[in-house]
Design a protein around this ligand. Structure first.
Ligand code: ZN
Length: 141
């Protein structure tokens, strides 16, 4: 699989504004983007640390995945996203390894990334997201 880096860590929060406040005041980070992903019923806030982001996720729907996650387990780390190249191929590789996929094909996530999730039941309890910057928009920093 060989991910290039940890793209972001997704954290489920019940109140986005309060959480942004915490990361800005206590950790001294600056939120650079707030975005609603209608498809996933979330509002997200992003912070950059090195080449890794913190993605705070607040549910916009009481039936949404994040709302149900918080109801069951409380606020906390929701997923870890690995940056990969050729995400389609990486998904096929995972499937060949017997990994249960939540997404058999990549879909659009926040910040225009192509994303796909592997099921935590197949990944030792961690919800793993693979993501790739779409071709031509690779971040060269
Ligand atoms: Zn994510």
């Amino acid at each position: 699989m060989k991910p290039t880096h940890i793209e972001h860590i997704g954290i489920a929060v019940s109140n986005l504004a309060e959480s942004v406040d915490f990361y800005e005041k206590v950790l001294g980070l600056k939120c650079y983007n707030i975005e609603e992903v209608a498809d996933q019923k979330v509002r997200t806030a992003f912070f950059m640390i090195g080449q890794t982001k913190i993605e705070l996720l607040e549910s916009t729907d009481p039936q949404g995945t994040i709302a149900r996650f918080i109801e069951k387990r409380g606020e906390g780390i929701h997923h870890i996203a690995f940056a990969v190249e050729n995400i389609e191929e990486k998904l096929r590789h995972a499937a060949d390894e017997g990994v249960r996929l939540i997404d058999t094909h990549p879909r659009k996530g926040a910040e225009g990334l192509d994303i796909a999730f592997l099921h935590p039941a197949s990944a030792h309890g961690v919800l793993i997201e693979l993501c790739e910057h779409p071709a031509g928009e690779k971040q060269d920093k």
